[in-house]
Design a protein around this ligand. Structure first.
Ligand code: ADP
Length: 426
């Protein structure tokens, strides 16, 4: 019962609040009525008539439609004229955050608006100038002209050489502002989808296939040649046959090394997004790698000196993959730095929790122009030198893949005539 009473009281209060609100909205009428009543009193008109003037003003104030409704009705009746450029600007503000270069041009192909990405990519179009002030490709300008006449979207591939080599898919489409007073085909949106990265990956993939087939074809061709010789001219020459079989054995070993490295790379690629989750102590691991390379180092007359701190040096990693990294780097240092006679492998616990392993040789070093490309597949400073040392050109590509998966970096410092340092930083 008490609840019902409260609800009723609230209803009454809300009615009074609404009434007060209405009266506040209509206070111009009430002020006017009060002024008329005051004037009537001064002029000596009887109070009864004054009361009626007031009462009529009050009723008028209450039964008129509310002010807000009146404003809405009047705006529907006469829409405000649209400024097409202002409307475009509002739409374009949303595109300014896009990382794809975008321009709005008019029917004369003059630039009206450009986003920050377009300014950055093309060095800023002068507003009001024809697009040819920055885009000179005849194919692209023809496409723009065609869209202006047909009013249909179009696209073309376009490359820019400056400030850097980039390939874009340029698309043009008429903008429909969905306003009767702005004709479709008054403005056009020109967008530039950057496909340079895709092209680069495509080129790398086809180079890779070409390189891999070339690397396999060379030993295969030599094998075939030796088989033909053994079947023909050397048919009854056991000494020559023995020599040829030795070379054939080396060629098949080279092919299987290459296939192993290719499989390693493909396996690594397939799990590149999974971070390793074992704890690996690098101290015993480096000792194991050094021991496994002692026969090779002995053959090359190189000493491997290992410098590790006392205690552990743990990193998150995959043990087998880390063995592969250090085997590749130390083997390279022994092979390519052979003339320096010694290879230093140092494990450093750095102050910022980082762990570094530096592999230094005192060999001929690597000319600076080759250093940035060393981790590319099949990249070799000297192809013949690499082949003669049983290289496949894939070792450092494998190292880079493994380190990327381990969130570690490979830093190469080399000085021609002095030697090379490969640093792995975890
Ligand atoms: P490869 O199988 O040819 O050894 P890698 O990918 O391991 O392939 O190395 C790529 C190239 O980098 C080598 O062919 C060699 O020219 C160069 N290189 C690697 N390590 C060294 C080093 N320590 N000193 C000089 N050159 C090196």
């Amino acid at each position: 019962m008490a609840g019902e009473g409260t609800a009723q009281l609230e209803d009454e209060w809300s009615f009074v609040r609404k009434l007060a609100g209405r009266l506040r909205q209509e206070n111009a009428i009430l002020i006017f009525a009060t002024l008329v009543a005051a004037f009537a009193l001064i002029e000596g008109i009887p109070t009864g008539i004054v009361f009626w003037i007031w009462a009529i003003a009050l009723v008028v104030a209450l039964i008129r439609p509310p002010l807000v409704e009146r404003v809405v009705v009047s705006s529907q009746a006469a829409p405000a004229p649209v400024d097409p450029e202002a409307l475009l600007r509002t739409v374009f503000t949303g595109l300014s955050a896009l990382d794809m270069p975008v321009l709005i041009i008019d029917r004369e192909a003059s630039v009206l608006m450009q986003n920050a990405a377009a300014e950055k990519a093309f060095g800023g179009f002068p507003i009001g100038a024809h697009i040819s002030s920055k885009l000179r490709s005849p194919g692209l300008l023809d496409m723009v002209r065609e869209t202006m006449t047909t009013n249909t979207p179009n696209q073309i591939e376009h490359s820019e050489r400056l400030p850097s080599e980039r390939v874009y898919i340029v698309r043009i489409a008429p903008i429909d502002l969905q306003r009767a007073e702005v004709e479709a085909g008054t403005f056009f949106l020109l967008s530039f989808r950057d496909i340079s990265e895709l092209r680069h990956i495509d080129r790398m993939r086809s180079d890779f296939v070409a390189n891999a087939s070339h690397e396999l074809r060379t030993p295969l061709a030599s094998l075939r040649g030796f088989i033909e010789t053994i079947q023909g001219p050397a048919k009854s020459d056991p000494k020559a046959q023995q020599r040829f079989l030795g070379i054939m054995f080396d060629q098949t070993t080279r092919m299987s090394r290459l296939v192993d490295d290719l499989l390693s790379l493909s396996r690594l690629e397939s799990k590149s997004h999974i971070a390793p989750d074992q704890k690996v102590d690098l101290v015993p691991l480096l000792g194991h790698v050094r021991d496994s390379l002692l026969p090779l180092a002995g053959d090359l007359d190189v000493t491997i000196n290992l410098h590790v701190p006392a205690g552990k040096a743990e990193v998150m990693g995959d043990r087998d993959e880390l063995v592969q990294v250090f085997e590749n780097l130390i083997e390279n240092a022994c092979k390519y730095g052979q003339e320096g006679k010694s290879v230093e492998v140092s494990l450093l616990n750095e102050p910022d929790q980082a762990v570094s392993v530096v592999i230094s040789d005192k060999g001929p070093g690597i000319p600076a122009e080759h250093v940035p490309r060393l981790t590319e597949r099949f990249y070799r400073v000297n192809v013949e030198d690499s082949r003669s040392k049983k290289g496949t050109g894939l070792g450092l590509a494998i190292v880079k893949h493994i380190l990327t998966r381990h969130r570690a970096r490979l830093i190469v410092k080399s000085e021609v005539g002095k030697g090379t340092d490969f640093t792995v930083r975890f």
